[in-house]
Design a protein around this ligand. Structure first.
Ligand SMILES: Cc1cc2nc3c(=O)[nH]c(=O)nc-3n(C[C@H](O)[C@H](O)[C@H](O)COP(=O)(O)OP(=O)(O)OC[C@H]3O[C@@H](n4cnc5c(N)ncnc54)[C@H](O)[C@@H]3O)c2cc1C
Ligand code: FES
Length: 239
């Protein structure tokens, strides 16, 4: 895909490219830098949640962590994308209000989810947690969102759960972030409401063929987060 636009937002990079096919909130893309002649660096594409999609343009928001994201950050012309992949959030329109909770780069799928909830008329609030004010800069793209930072440099001092004053009032909770955050959200919500969690397991293929992304499930065994997920009902997960 040709990169249409690139923007740095605090500690993150936003890439936009032309994409018309439908995308469900919570689905992801396997993306890597495109090279000519064909490059095998990195050998494997990396998974990224869709940040937004407006029927013509899709965007990915990412943080540079290692080789794959560093090369993607340097890309100015083209990237290779396999998408859309996985099972996203399953929205029950009759269950509202909803709370959307994102931790760190886990805020990524909440933009497109919020857009969908708005289109369906589902009332919702957004809560975002970051390490510090640099990363929290992306919260400006979520008007009305409540923000927490671990170092207290922006918003409430604490985790994303500290930014939610009354979790009991929500009939649905959708969350994305590191596993310890998701486990804390699951414990806080209990089993009285819909709770769906988007996990960030490391992935090899993204299409179900390598078993590199499995998560343990409550009934025993494992499921692949790239095809059965990455969004799971909280009650299904073993942690
Ligand atoms: C479904 C899904 C959606 C994702 N969405 C996004 C997104 O929207 N934006 C974004 O920036 N990132 C997202 N990620 C994480 C992203 O895929 C990794 O940051 C990326 O693969 C790192 O590649 P790298 O080559 O830069 O780093 P590597 O060299 O592969 O790793 C660098 C460091 O990061 C750690 N790391 C790598 N992947 C993960 C991971 N999944 N979880 C925790 N630690 C990891 C490694 O252990 C290592 O310490 C998502 C992951 C999944 C599974
Ligand atoms: S990443 Fe290969 S099976 Fe999921």
């Amino acid at each position: 895909m040709e990169i249409e636009d690139r923007e740095e937002i605090g500690g993150y990079t936003l890439l936009r490219y032309s994409w018309e096919s439908a995308i469900e909130p919570g689905q992801f893309a396997m993306a890597r830098v495109a090279g000519y002649p064909v490059t095998f660096d990195p050998f494997l594409a990396r998974p990224f949640s869709y940040y937004d999609h407006d029927s013509e343009t899709a965007s990915l928001l990412f943080e540079v962590r290692g080789r794959g994201t560093a090369l993607l950050d340097d890309a100015r012309d083209r990237i290779e994308v396999s998408a859309p992949l996985g099972r996203g959030f399953r929205i029950d329109e009759s269950r509202g209000p909803a709370a959307l909770l994102g931790g760190g780069i886990g805020v990524a799928p909440l933009k497109i989810l919020s857009r969908r909830l708005n289109a369906l008329g589902v009332c919702h609030d957004v809560f975002l947690g970051f390490a510090d004010t640099r990363y929290a800069a992306v919260a400006e793209d979520f008007p009305g969102a409540s923000v927490a930072t671990v170092d207290g440099s922006a918003g409430i001092h604490g985790t994303v759960l500290d930014a939610v004053p009354d979790l009991e009032r929500y009939e649905a909770v959708y969350a994305c972030g590191p596993n310890p955050m998701l486990a804390a959200v699951k414990r806080a919500v209990g089993d009285r409401v819909i709770c769906q969690l988007s996990v960030e397991e490391r992935m090899g293929c993204g299409n179900g063929s390598c078993n590199g992304c499995v998560v343990p499930v409550r009934d025993g065994g494992y499921v692949r987060s790239c095809v059965e997920g990455p969004v799971f009902d909280a009650e299904m997960l073993a942690w």
